[in-house]
Design a protein around this ligand. Structure first.
Ligand SMILES: CC(C)(COP(=O)(O)OP(=O)(O)OC[C@H]1O[C@@H](n2cnc3c(N)ncnc32)[C@H](O)[C@@H]1OP(=O)(O)O)[C@@H](O)C(=O)NCCC(=O)NCCS
Length: 241
């Protein structure tokens, strides 16, 4: 991605831990010629980076609702929670905002991966062949997405996650660190997958699962049809009824 225009700049939305990580992420990507320079950050809580003492080079641009997007601004959302990400994206879209897709230069990205707007691909992440990352997907550091997998809009995949081939991850899903999603599994919209889970069969929309192998912690309200292509391990029965 080197087709950014003159006068474009990246604005980070959120000055928390993820926002501070994005400062170096955007810097690395810019130095590699793959993104415009950093223009500053927004945060409703004020200049929260100032407390750290070493972010003086990052301009605090104000609160989200007080900021009027300029023509060259490209926003990136430093937000992990999918619902918050969606709410903020909608607040900005109604003001005509445009969003950057920022792929760290250390990521190994297949040329046949298709990405939407507002995507963040972290350090050493690996979106594989013929994968689809929807709008505002966050694929954090060291996480892989196997061939033909698709990831729905607003989904956040934490660090060191293995999304294997042919999986279908819905919209607004949160996948915790070090989880493994086995081949061809479907995960319904707005589901949560706990850190370290091994997900071996379909998860209903809105459900929360955790642990290896993943057990149901909270049942979602929306049903997702079981995928007959997904083999149940012996005795797995109805862990995700
Ligand atoms: C699964 C998860 C979403 C559940 O959160 P929660 O609804 O607040 O659940 P709680 O913390 O109350 O835990 C409920 C029970 O599940 C257990 N549990 C929670 N997460 C677990 C996990 N990932 N693996 C194994 N057990 C887990 C807790 O020990 C607790 O057990 P208990 O009832 O016997 O005490 C959360 O624990 C998690 O794993 N989030 C992912 C965090 C992450 O990876 N973030 C990315 C970095 S920013």
């Amino acid at each position: 991605m080197s087709d950014f225009g003159t006068g474009e700049r990246i604005i980070i939305v959120g000055g928390g831990g993820f926002g501070r990580e994005l400062v170096s992420h955007v810097g690395d990507t810019h130095r590699a010629g793959m993104a415009p320079p950093l223009g500053g950050y927004l945060d409703d809580a004020g200049d929260v980076m100032a407390a750290f003492g070493h972010y003086g080079h990052v301009a605090f641009l104000g609160r989200l609702d007080d900021y009027q997007p300029r023509p060259g601004d490209l926003f990136t959302l430093a937000v992990g929670a999918p619902r918050t990400k969606k709410a903020i994206a909608e607040r900005l879209k109604i003001r005509g905002a445009r969003f950057a897709t920022i792929v760290h230069p250390s990521a190994i990205t297949s040329p046949t991966c298709r990405m939407g707007e507002g995507v963040i691909v972290g350090t050493h992440a690996g979106p594989g062949v013929d994968t689809v990352l929807g709008d505002f997907v966050t694929l954090n550091s060291y996480s892989g997405v196997g061939h033909d997998a698709s990831i729905g809009d607003y989904t956040t995949i934490s660090g060191h996650v293995d999304v294997t081939g042919g999986t279908r991850i819905g919209e607004g899903v949160f996948i915790g660190s070090n989880a493994s999603i086995l081949p061809r599994v479907k995960i319904g919209d707005w589901a949560n997958v706990g850190a370290g889970s091994i997900v071996y069969r379909t998860i209903r929309a809105g459900s929360t699962v955790y642990a290896p192998p993943a057990k149901l912690l909270k049942k979602g309200q929306l049903a997702l049809a079981p995928d007959p292509a997904v083999r149940k391990p012996d005795g797995a029965g109805s862990r995700f009824p």
